[in-house]
Design a protein around this ligand. Sequence first.
Ligand code: AMP
Ligand code: ZN
Length: 466
Amino acid sequence: MPVRFYNTLTRGKEDFEPLDPPKVRMYTCGPTVYNYAHIGNLRTFMFEDLLRRFLEYRGYDVEHVMNLTDVEDKIIRTCRETGESRQSLVKRFTDAFFEDMDTLRIKRAHHYPAATDHIDDMVKMIKALLDKNYAYESQGSIYFNLRAFPEYGRLSHFDMEALRTGASGRVDSDEYETDDARDFALWKAWDEEDGDIYWETELGKGRPGWHIECSCMSMKYLGPSFDIHCGGVDNMFPHHENEIAQSEAFTGKPFVRYWLHSAHLFVENKKMSKSLGNFYTLRDLLAMGHDPLAIRYVLIATHYRQPSNFTFAALDAAREALRRIADFKIRLTEVRTESGSDLSVETAACEKAFGEALDDDLNISAALARVFDFVRETNKLVDDGVVSIDGARRVLDMLERLDAVTGVFDSGEAEEVPAEVLEKVQARVDARRRKDFQEADAIRDELAAQGWIIEDTPDGPRVKRT
Ligand code: AMP
Ligand code: ZN
């Protein structure tokens, strides 16, 4: 079965056929770098990370571009209110953003173009839109004329009838949530509120609107037509709709083949908001002592098109799930049986089911469920002493491949335990089987004296450093 994705453009699941396989060109809308990313933003970045990692697992060569929005309304307002320079503000929060990406093991994109490094490119594009009569000037600002682009609304399935029959206008703000489509700003003339944030260009003194940066920079790095474009659902309208209009008006070519949007994150079933006191950044959670890997697990584990409900109970459950995997891996490294099953059939079945779940529009919850079934079944086989060293190694190799996709199976806990310690652990297991508890306890004490403790878990004994 091929990889399939739900394409917002067509409202259905489609076989994934990149334009130029095995190359996949992918653009994801990045952060506005004026504050710390909240866990909702991070959920979207995590979904995009999973998408990229899975495509790589399937053998695609992914080129990933994510923009950094370093000039727009909210940034300018913050600078005005705090007196901090734009450069200093965006530097601080760009650094914080990359720190967060690393903490959560989110793979770095290949390019992180910043809007303000591409002002000239945007000016050129806006000039071309003016020349082609897709744009017009009004009081020094330049707007995209929606009436010149009848395909507008295709992505969000916006009803354009209202626009055609009259009520319309212009909008200057970078983000507008209204459901009425209006001519939007490509270039904004400077006004006093902008202070010293402006560029002197052929279009006059001002700055680009937010939407144009993603059209301009995605096509600069990935070409006029590319495979995948992602963002959170709130980006669908107007941002992505505007990107399509600007790009296709400019090139006359189809812009993007597959549009993937992730649903929002809620906290304890409520919309996250500062006033409700349920608004969290990654730093907030780390300061409360939560494990970054458990946070990654929670943010990745819900299917991306379902709203994700972040709860502290889920965070605890995630830590437990990760511990089970870590314990399982340690047990596997302790297997010393030469005879027994090499688990080739079981591992192949598990990996196949994992891959097929993700082939189906990135169904990560089904994929993870299959892995945990496998852990439970295999733990039983290890208990029964019917797994060979080869089998254990095969499982560990498989987990390593699956970890390249999920990024949550390697907690770094699986410290190499020396062979002589493992032999003693096995001798203790044998003693207990013989019901020779004196001997078993003596071995335990001996190991303790050497700095190793044995924990008897429901999944079998686990040895670790005291
Ligand atoms: P921003 O920095 O506001 O441009 O947002 C960065 C990304 O986070 C965008 O793709 C948004 O769609 C996404 N996003 C914003 N709020 C949430 C949320 N509550 N849940 C999931 N994604 C979100
Ligand atoms: Zn964007």
